[in-house]
Write a protein that binds this ligand. Structure first.
Ligand code: FAD
Length: 128
């Protein structure tokens, strides 16, 4: 299970948490310029496998408790191409406050804020 499916599955667990249980092979895997072991070393929720609330796999070296987070809701006010809120004259929205952007799947929240933030400012200036 990878990516968004893993996150969704984790969110549906009791208390929305899961454990990543890692063996030596997993700890040696590269992630960009470091190894999984380097990332795990910084994790405040890492524990010895003996402390897990279930029997650890035989070669487990370390475990990390994980919880999914929400970076932004994706929903929000409906806006037009000029970042005007539909049905609310004189009101503009961008970024996390605007919806209808990630309709085909996740699209960058930062991009939505940068692009529509500027458009909203320009549209508001035009109305002055
Ligand atoms: C942990 C995390 C990781 C993320 N990673 C990514 C990523 O990798 N790529 C990506 O594209 N997006 C990412 N996002 C999403 C992205 O950060 C947001 O979608 C984006 O910042 C939304 O921009 P915004 O300007 O709409 O809102 P915000 O960035 O939330 O800015 C709103 C600002 O308004 C201020 N504010 C609120 N209320 C008031 C008030 N009453 N008066 C004055 N100021 C107020 C807040 O303090 C804040 O500074 C991430 C979000 C989180 C939380």
């Amino acid at each position: 299970m990878v990516g968004e499916h893993l996150v969704q599955a984790t969110a549906q667990q009791p208390e929305a948490q899961a454990w990543y249980v890692l063996d030596d092979l997993a700890l040696e895997q590269p992630v960009r310029r470091e190894k999984v072991a380097d990332i795990v070393a910084r994790a405040s929720t890492r524990v010895d496998p003996a402390e897990l609330p279930f029997p650890a796999p035989r070669h487990a070296r370390v475990a990390v408790r994980v919880r999914p987070g929400i970076t932004h809701t994706i929903g929000g006010l409906r806006i037009d191409e000029q970042a005007r809120v539909v049905g609310a004259e004189g009101l503009f929205a961008a970024g996390a406050d605007a919806g209808g952007i990630s309709t085909g799947g996740y699209a960058s929240g930062l991009a939505a804020a940068l692009v529509f933030g500027r458009i909203a400012a320009e549209s508001a200036l035009e109305g002055l």
